[in-house]
Write a protein that binds this ligand. Sequence first.
Ligand code: HEC
Length: 246
Amino acid sequence: MLAATTSVLVGAQADTPGTAFDQNVTGFVTNNCAGCHNERLKTAGLALTNYHDTASLLRDRAIWEKAIARVRAGEMPPKGLPRPKPEEITATTNWIEEQFASADEHPDPGHLTAHRLNRAEYNNTVRDLLAVRFKPAADFPADDSGFGFDNIGDALSVSPVLMEKYLAAAKRIAITAIPLALTALNPRASAIRPNMAATRSAWNSSTLSIFRPKAITICKQPFQAAKRLTASSSLSTASRSGPAMF
Ligand code: HEC
């Protein structure tokens, strides 16, 4: 009966032969534990034959730590049954402990959802970064809550409505944060300050209107220099002043 159970178990595990786990754990469990701690009998609520890789071992670490302790103490397999050789006990228990140790060196922090700001966090962040006093998130949809909190990353979703609100808020924030007076002083400020103009072409021409006078001045310089030269020379002709650029 024990032999039959054992051979079935060996068969079930044959799909992952030769792994370090098989070499160090599967054989040991099959020979010494599987007769009682198999899926059918589950003696003491324990089915040690359910483990097929290191990951499964790490998931049930408490169970395996107990198993190591019982085996080292000579309590498992129970007295009266053939004992595993001491070197087998050492090899298997040490190997399992090494897996625990290396898992501790590289802990798996688990899954982390990209965390969006909730409304209060958004308002405060924009205020702190850009000194904008109004509350840009005031008309955002209410934040989803999880476990009674509205700052749980897993619960905070981004709906299409919220996305639209983000875009509108970004525009308002930029308009407020970059005052018009500043754009008069520095054309570059106006390039990043959204225009209230309704259409793209209106926005383009209003932005261009800031750069154009400067561009014209720069382009005209050689022509004006040439004009001055020709005016002072006897070869003066109107055609020398060059084509009208703008
Ligand atoms: C002949 C049957 C038999 C074999 C073979 C056997 N055990 Fe057990 N095991 C038991 C019984 C019965 C108990 C419950 C009584 C006790 O805790 O001593 C138990 C309990 C345990 C427990 C404690 C479970 C708990 O939750 O407290 C662990 C761990 C354990 N065994 C590990 C092993 C390991 C590892 C092997 C193989 C090296 C093994 N056993 C082999 C019968 C067996």
